[in-house]
Design a protein around this ligand. Structure first.
Ligand SMILES: Nc1ncnc2c1ncn2[C@@H]1O[C@H](COP(=O)(O)OP(=O)(O)OP(=O)(O)O)[C@@H](O)[C@H]1O
Ligand SMILES: [Mg+2]
Length: 319
């Protein structure tokens, strides 16, 4: 695969506290890489460093063969960046169109090129003319986010960094942005790095994910690879009031049952990992019927959120 970006052993201190402790990641051409981590993990810090907006203390970043330390100008030219703060990414009193023209001209683009790009984007985002002529401050959250993404893409960058592109958006607006991004990567062979707290969104969008925690990046894999670390692809949940400890032991004796954990959502649930969806479910249901255990039964398919929680738990154990 064609490596388009490589960040190696990046360290960054804010005052004397480390925000990045040797974080590394790699991106390939034509992929969406998700950068996943809890609040304060170092996602924004890492993205800003790679976008030349923040200096690092040590480590190396190479994008399309350019070294960040030697060629920051070239790197700025091939990057599009959308930060976490949408409100401050455009002028409130300018219209969407005026904002795009202003930021496009800063990139050295002529009026015609900018108009063509605006035409192309507004079609893809299904923007109407009146949205383009509204002041930025009067747009909805989804419309603002779309304008800010357009701003980052005006100069047709091969690499795009998006720090939480769908935060605060309703499911329909978020899904329209996701569709746009998927298209952009698939049809135009661009590469995209994104952070998001909506894990099903990352699962749907990302080809690979790098996990980041306390400034370290210990795990990278496809969403399926990360999920496989949880141990089972399917789980049967049974609510606690229906189960005795000896019944739990008996369920664990069933050949297809591979794990047991508990969780609570107000009610305590037992979660059994099963190695075979059909046979495992059938065996547990048969057991429940034999023992006359009623209600409180759910199937759960492993999610990226499970993988995330699994790894975050593992990181904690290592400390
Ligand atoms: N300007 C700053 N001055 C001091 N500390 C900072 C600064 N910016 C970030 N930090 C600290 O660095 C760490 C990493 O912050 P960062 O914003 O990169 O995290 P993040 O993963 O983007 O979090 P979130 O998911 O909340 O956006 C945090 O502990 C944060 O408090
Ligand atoms: Mg952040």
């Amino acid at each position: 695969m064609n490596t388009i970006l490589e960040a190696t052993k990046i360290w960054k201190y804010y005052k004397k506290k480390p925000a990045l402790q040797g974080a590394s990641l790699k991106m390939y051409k034509g992929e969406i890489l998700g950068l996943l981590g809890p609040n304060g993990a170092g996602k924004t810090t890492l993205i800003k460093i790679m976008a030349t907006l923040l200096t690092k203390d040590s480590g190396r970043v190479e994008i399309l063969g350019y070294d960040l330390d030697k060629n920051p100008e070239e790197i700025r030219h091939i990057l599009g960046y959308v930060g976490q703060d949408t409100e401050r990414s455009a002028y409130a009193r300018l219209t969407s169109k005026e904002n795009l023209h202003f930021f496009g001209s800063l990139r050295g683009l002529d009026k015609e090129t900018i108009d063509n790009k605006i035409g192309e984007f507004t079609e893809k985002f299904q923007f109407s003319e009146d949205i383009l002529d509204k002041q930025f401050m009067h747009l909805s959250g989804g419309q603002k986010q779309a304008v800010v993404i357009m701003r980052a893409m005006l100069h047709d960058p091969p690499v795009l960094f998006l720090d939480e592109p769908t935060k605060g958006l309703d499911p329909i607006a978020a899904s329209s942005i996701r569709r746009f991004l998927r298209d952009y990567v698939n049809k135009e062979g661009k590469s995209l790095l994104l952070t998001s707290h909506i894990l099903h969104e990352v699962d749907e969008l990302a080809d690979r994910c790098t996990l980041i925690n306390k400034g370290k990046t210990p795990v990278t894999g496809t969403p399926d690879e990360l999920k496989s670390a949880v141990g089972a692809a399917n789980f049967i949940d049974i609510s606690d009031k229906n189960l005795s400890p000896s019944q739990i032991d008996e369920i664990l004796q069933i050949p297809y049952v591979v794990s047991h954990t508990t969780f609570s959502n107000g009610v305590l649930w037992h979660r059994f990992g099963i190695s075979d969806l059909f046979n495992g479910t059938k065996a547990i249901l048969d057991f429940m019927e034999r023992e006359a255990i009623e209600g409180g039964f759910k199937h759960h398919e492993v999610s990226l959120e499970d993988a995330f929680m699994h790894y975050i738990g593992e990181f904690k154990d290592e400390e």
